[in-house]
Design a protein around this ligand. Structure first.
Ligand SMILES: [Zn+2]
Ligand SMILES: [Zn+2]
Length: 646
């Protein structure tokens, strides 16, 4: 009999008859020479490294020399297997409960799985608990999962007999001669696998939601019903995941935006937020904060048009590569476009005057509103919008000034991030994409300059090859929030195309003409998106300097109303956003409301405070009474905008 040699994780090699299953080889090794027995017992699949690496069923026969390792349920590969097997168990449960349902596809997704079904009349939310219950029964039955290879024609015949027309269509489209089927109990599915050895090996799952879907994801095809679920290696992991989801829901900026009365969105202007008075306070303070930094870092602000003839975008290159994302209109028989970015306008502005090397660097900052077309299906709160503004600026400098400009930008980014307490940062370097403008030499030099700047600043860099913008390579500073999500905020790009396309020049010290280096940069990025991220990261507890209402004064009774008014006025006179809540409501109610509105400083005043001229702010612990002027000075100092702005 032919033998194969199998190498285990500890490096030991043993020989087995060809055709021994992965599970049997692992078990034999663990029994004999002391492989990790626990790991083998817990394994739900195996990883085989032969001519290729693959995760396979424990029941898969080994046919050639290979390395072999158990796959633990909680590993990345293990979770994928668990989730795919859970999708099969869900489909089996659906077929048991609703035999008229046709099954289509059921892939694994991040944190879970889904399956798309065709059921006349669809599913109702009440069906999910029933399906879950049947799934639990199937897990209890611990049905062995069996793989079978069958010729394509045979597979088509079987699924046709089962009335599974979608499966027939899928199999007909597979180029291979044979396909693999997976059986568990009465249920069979077309599948590549791998799967758990038996249904009892799924430790924890939950169905999470229902949604509509289209066959093959195409809106012209039949409507299907999608059921989403999640599966984990232990009930504890499932619990922790559900808690994270709940936490994310509580922190959802759309919910907070409503609860804190900051902004709203309406179908009358999809993807274009309305900022309410309190939201506008936050928005304008962010602009003011950045303006303060601009004063120190030598930026000059400009105001440029929103709508240009498309000739401008033809020069910049946006018309060719970005047209589908722009709002275009025809006026007096000429084509115009609403600007998606400030750069073309800034290049036009730069070109409108002669420049000497002595003028450089020129740093044009612009908080202008920008419009980009995003399909309605992709719009999401303030994170994905059609109308936005950025703390955008373009720097024009000599090649000799480039390193210094990058260094200054990194310093400014560090200052902004530390002002918000963003300390978990990953830096990425995004290089030349497939579709690009400009000369390759310029790209190479630009990528080198960015790499150098990051090295000098001491960052560990994650390279993202091919992910730069079409006009230049890019550095991204990704901030990791409390929910472990990563957001790119600050970016800087060196433009390898626009200066030449616009024919930008300056006169050098030698009296010759040269092309300036152009940088695109933003620190907060889109203000809309930044506000969304900050709201979710802080759960709506904005830093004191950004809070729309910083101080709320609550009188204990009507007798203290006059004093509460005086405290509010004293705060406002010191520049604080303060108000006295004089409504005829119970004190407890007002305190709770201030808490829900996340007002950072709440001061309760009664007759005693009125007589003594003190304030006792509630700040976590027991209220500490202090003289009114001390309270005002103390709070005003705490509320000062960071960044050394007066
Ligand atoms: Zn499958
Ligand atoms: Zn730009």
């Amino acid at each position: 009999m032919m033998e194969i040699s199998v190498t285990f994780e500890d490096g030991a090699t043993e020989r087995f008859p060809a055709g021994t299953t992965a599970g049997a080889a692992l078990a034999a090794y663990a029994r004999g020479s002391g492989g990790d027995r626990k790991a083998v017992a817990r394994a739900i699949a195996a990883r085989v490294d032969g001519s290729a690496t693959a995760v396979v069923d424990l029941s898969r026969p080994l046919v050639a020399d290979c390395r072999l390792a158990p796959v633990a349920p909680e590993s990345r590969e293990g979770l994928e297997v668990l989730r795919h097997s859970s999708a099969h168990v869900m489909a089996q449960a659906v077929k048991r409960l609703f035999p008229e349902t046709e099954i289509t596809i059921g892939p694994v997704i991040e944190n879970g799985f889904y399956y798309d079904f065709k059921r006349p009349g669809g599913f109702a939310a009440e069906d999910l608990p029933r399906i879950e219950e049947t799934m639990r029964a199937i897990v209890q039955e611990d049905l062995p999962v069996r793989r079978e290879e069958v010729p394509k024609a045979e597979a088509i015949r079987r699924f046709r007999a089962l009335g599974e027309h979608y499966k027939v269509e899928i199999i007909a489209g597979i180029p291979d001669e044979s396909v693999s089927l997976y059986h568990q109990g009465e249920f069979v599915d077309l599948c590549r696998g791998p799967h758990v050895p038996s249904t009892g090996r799924i430790p924890a799952f939950k169905l999470t939601s229902l949604a509509g879907a289209y066959w093959r994801g195409d809106a012209r095809n039949e409507q299907l019903q999608r059921i989403y679920g999640t599966a984990w290696a232990s009930p504890e992991d499932l619990e922790a995941y559900l808690r994270r989801v709940e936490e994310a829901k509580q922190r959802d900026h759309r919910r907070l935006g409503q609860a804190l009365d900051l902004f709203s969105l309406h179908p009358i202007a999809p993807g274009s937020p309305f900022f309410h008075p309190k939201g506008a306070v936050v928005y304008n303070l962010l602009v003011q904060f950045v303006r303060g930094l601009y004063a120190r870092y030598g930026y000059t602000e400009v105001i440029t048009p929103l709508i240009y003839k498309t000739d401008l975008y033809k020069t910049s290159g946006h018309y060719d590569l970005f047209k589908d994302d722009m709002f275009l209109l025809t006026i007096e028989e000429e084509e115009y476009g609403v600007k998606p970015m400030n750069c073309p306008g800034h290049c036009h502005l730069f070109a409108s005057r002669k420049h000497s090397y002595r003028d450089l660097p020129i740093r044009f900052a612009d908080f202008s509103r920008l419009h980009r077309f995003e399909p309605s299906g992709t719009l999401a709160g303030l994170v994905r919008v059609r109308s936005m503004a950025q703390d955008d600026a373009h720097i024009y400098c000599t090649p000799e000034q480039l390193d210094g400009e990058l260094e200054q930008f990194i310093a400014m980014t560090r200052e902004v991030y530390s002002a918000f307490g963003f300390d978990r940062i990953d830096v990425t370097l995004q290089t030349r994409p497939e579709k690009f403008l400009g000369r390759v030499e310029l790209w190479d030099a630009a990528e080198d300059a960015l790499r150098r700047a990051l090295e000098q600043a001491g960052f560990t860099v994650t390279p993202l090859p091919g992910q730069g913008a079409f006009y230049g390579p890019k550095i991204g500073f990704d901030f990791r929030d409390v929910l472990e999500r990563s957001w790119t905020l600050a970016t800087v790009q060196i433009d390898c195309a626009m200066p030449e396309r616009f024919g930008l020049t300056y006169v050098t010290a030698e009296g010759t003409e040269a092309t300036p280096v152009m940088l695109h940069r933003a620190v907060l990025g889109s203000l809309e998106r930044f506000i969304a991220i900050l709201l979710e990261h802080t759960a709506g507890r904005l830093p004191l300097w950004l809070a729309p209402v910083q101080v709320r004064v609550l009188p204990v009774s009507e007798k203290a109303a006059a004093y509460a008014t005086r405290v509010g006025e004293a705060c406002r006179a010191a520049g604080l956003r303060a108000e006295a809540d004089l409504r005829n409501e119970k004190l407890g109610y007002k305190v709770r409301e201030a808490e829900l509105e996340k007002v950072p400083v709440v001061a309760v005043v009664g007759e005693r405070e009125a007589v003594a001229g003190t304030v006792a702010p509630r700040a976590g612990g027991a209220p500490q009474p202090m003289a009114l002027d001390v309270f005002v000075a103390h709070t005003a100092a705490q509320a000062r905008m960071p960044g050394g702005v007066p």
